[in-house]
Each structure stands twice: as C-alpha cells, then as structure tokens.
Design a protein around this ligand. Structure first.
Ligand SMILES: C[S@@+](CC[C@H](N)C(=O)[O-])C[C@H]1O[C@@H](n2cnc3c(N)ncnc32)[C@H](O)[C@@H]1O
Length: 312
C-alpha cells in the first residue's frame, strides 16, 4: 500500500492530492538579498534568457521554466539559491531580526540557514547546527557562495545541545536560555518530498515514523529550553504524518513552558489547519494553529510548519 493513502481522510481533495504527488516538482530559486536585489537577479535571468515566473506570494521566489539554477551564472555568483518553494516558509514564520541570536538546530545543507541570514541582514549571530558532519560541509559551502558572514557552525546532537554563556565556565545545560529565536527543521520520514525524490517512500515504515518522532520531540524540547522567555521557536517538517507533526507539538506543549502562536501564511499561499485528532489520539486544540501544506495546494512539496512562543 502507498503510505500516503493513510492521509486521504485529511485532505480536502483526494484526487488532486494524489495527482500532485505524482507530478515532478517545479525548479525554484530564492533571490539572495545579501548579494543582490530581486530586480537585479531578474534582469540577470532575463539577460541569460532563463525563463521564470514569480510565485504569487513572494517576489524573490521564482519558478524557473526549465533549467536548474546550477547552470546559470547568477547561481555561481551567489545571487540565487535553489530552494523548494514551500521550504521558504519556516524562516518567514520565525521572522528573525537583525542583530538577534538565532539557533538553527538542524541546519544542513543550509537553505533555511542562509535565508535566515538574509532576513537578519547578515548581522547578529546565527548558529547553524547539525549532527551530521558530512552535511555540514554543504552548509559551509552554501554559506560561502551566498556571502553569509554572521554564521557560526556547530556539530552537536541538538537534543543535548549545550552552549556555555559567554564568559561563564559552566556545564549546566539549563544555562542556555540564550537564543532570541530557534528553528527546528526536523529530520523526518520525508513523505512530502515524494515529488522531488520518487524513491522517498521505498523504505517507509511505521516504526521509522515512531522512532524519528522521538528524536523530533527531543530536539524541539531542547529548542524551547534554549530560547529566552518571549522568544520564538518554529517547528517544521516535510512530512504529513501527524505522529511527527501535531503529536510532537502536543508532547512539547505538555512538557515545556511554551504556547502555540497564530501565524498567517503569506497571502496567496494556501494551507490547511493542524489536525487535533488522529488514529484515536487527541491533541492540544491549539495545534490547529499549525499549517499543513499539501502538494496540490500551491504546486509544491508537502510540508508542516508551526510557531511557538516560549513563556518562561
Ligand atoms: C530536514 S533536514 C534539514 C534541512 C535544512 N534545514 C535546510 O533547510 O537545508 C534535517 C537535518 O537534521 C539533521 N539531524 C538529524 N538528527 C539530528 C540531531 N539529533 N541533532 C541535530 N541535527 C540532526 C540531519 O542531519 C539533517 O541535516
């Protein structure tokens, strides 16, 4: 059985959902404001005869007609970054401000990290962490090409992340309420990437869904603990499974001092509400404030994005 069939009861249009999951994903680029402007990037694409169209909801996110961005000179110069359209949502939800201290808990290969740097005007301190050293080299490469200079790279298991406060000699893990904001773009079962990678579900099992959900809970808890009171945490995945999405939020809302925050998806970008019941389980009603993105909604991959505020 196709694992995606379990989500048929959740979607508004079953036929459109399965049809979209079977179509290849459009090639999309994000304009990198650290190195250029939307106007200059568009002019460069025009000059290179690269066809594109702006997305309905963001002038700097462009759908290319055919070629991948890697063959164009604006890409080599770091004006453009190939980034799935829907994956631009979490950084916008996090809304990092220039000068802040931001933790990207699962950062490699860095699409969202470099977008965060752009939104911060490349100021403040951006800590890009990932537990996979090999993937961190891709993060460094992307950061260099895109001209990011506010980035510190760390290689830790985000579940046990420890950051000693500046100037203090302590191993107390509770001492890390240092971040203004944190992004948890969590490892997941990747169901929503089926359009990019048709093999994505070949090794899908319910056991994997449950085991990765345990990791997700640990990372999100750590992000809430490590963020200052009043700070923001965004949780995202590219999967549909409520076990990895709303159930993770429900768990962390019950264990840590935080609450769901209402966040409007950009105008022109369609999303569905978070689910509050699944497979006999009921979740905290506030998880409805999360956004589910199904592939047929905006011709993207599948996605999940939620915003939390740290309350103590
Ligand atoms: C969805 S990917 C992140 C994609 C990235 N945010 C981007 O936009 O390019 C999830 C990442 O989590 C990392 N990861 C898995 N378990 C982790 C853990 N316990 N601590 C930190 N990172 C972890 C994986 O190595 C992977 O790079």
């Amino acid at each position: 059985m196709n694992p995606l069939e379990r989500y048929a009861p959740l979607v508004d249009d079953e036929e459109a959902f399965f049809e979209a999951c079977d179509r290849p994903l459009p090639s999309v680029v994000r304009v990198n404001g650290i190195k250029t402007t939307v106007e200059r990037a568009r002019s460069a694409l025009d000059a290179g005869d690269v066809g594109y169209e702006a997305t309905d909801w963001h002038p700097g996110i462009l759908k290319l007609d055919e070629r991948g961005p890697g063959t164009t000179w604006p890409y080599f110069h770091g004006w453009l970054h190939g980034q799935e359209e829907v994956s631009a949502l979490p950084a916008l939800a996090l809304d990092p401000q220039p000068g802040e201290v931001i933790w990207d808990a699962c950062a490699a290969p860095g699409s969202k990290t470099t977008q965060l740097a752009d939104l911060m005007d490349d100021t403040g301190t951006l800590i890009g962490n990932d537990n996979n050293l090999g993937r961190l080299s891709a993060l460094r490469h992307n950061a260099e090409r895109l001209g990011v200079s506010n980035l510190v790279v760390t290689n830790q298991d985000a579940r046990n992340y420890s950051l000693k406060p500046f100037g203090e000699d302590t191993d107390d893990p509770e001492a890390i309420d240092a971040f203004d904001r944190a992004l948890v773009d969590a490892p997941c079962s990747c169901e929503g990437t089926i359009r990019k990678n048709p093999d994505a579900l070949d090794r899908w099992t319910m056991n994997h869904v449950h085991s990765v959900a345990g990791i997700q809970k640990g990372i999100l808890r750590r992000a809430v603990q490590a963020t200052r009171e009043g700070g923001t945490v965004v949780y995202s995945t590219c999967t549909f499974a409520p076990e990895e999405n709303e159930a993770v939020l429900d768990h962390v809302l019950g264990e840590e001092d935080c609450q769901m925050v209402e966040w409007d998806a950009p105008d022109g970008f369609e999303t569905a509400l978070g689910v509050t019941e699944w497979d006999g389980d009921e979740y905290d009603p506030s998880v409805e404030l999360a956004h589910r993105v199904y592939p047929h909604h905006n011709d993207t991959g599948g996605f999940f994005c939620a915003k939390l505020e740290v309350t103590a």
